[in-house]
Design a protein around this ligand. Sequence first.
Ligand code: PGA
Length: 241
Amino acid sequence: MNVLIYENDEQIGIAAGNYMCGQVLQKPDSVLGLATGSTPLKTYKQMIELYKSGAVDFSKVTTFNLDEYVNLDVNDKNSYHSFMHENLFDYINVSEDKINFLDGNAEDTDRECINYENKIKNAGGIDIQLLGIGSNGHIAFNEPDTCFQRRSHVVELKESTVQDNSRFFKSIDDVPTKAVTMGIGSIMQAKKILIIATGKNKAEAVKQLINGNVTPQCPASVLQFHADVTLMLDKEAASLI
Ligand code: PGA
């Protein structure tokens, strides 16, 4: 694992945005796996900056997002669909028909998950997967005790995740308790992984990710088995390693 430690999240955003855009420069029709949450915001800002400066062209890129809430309108401000448009897609030239999300409102979510996996396969697989990490060690919505083999599936969110995500909602009762997510099996198929963690509340999970046993109790620990992982940390997130 390539572990890089930065002074602050500004620096990480620049480095991570450059890394993602470097992938697109090397392979203009790259398939990017994208993440939501607070962590990638500055990464997306840098990707937008580089696009505006003319350094990178996203017109041939395909994207797959990691996850989406179940039973939340896609146009709700808290849907991951809205998040990605507000923080990246509306400012770069990615083609709308090459943007992919799991549909959390699909009538048959199991079928939806199978279709999503097939779409990823037909696109040639994910070239680079961007990830954050939950304070409980989750990646995407693969919560502790997940099965490492699973592909996209429906999950019941743990209380700690609902609590973490409640900061975006009016009240904790408004936070969806279910989501559709790419599984650990899907994430491990990505050719490269870029994972970012910032802040003290991620330090314990980062310690488990790097130095802990590989165990479904810390889903992110599985990344020790992936051949091409870059982990970008600020000093606080790196404080226990
Ligand atoms: P955060 O979430 O970036 O909002 O901290 C990360 C995650 O839960 O994967």
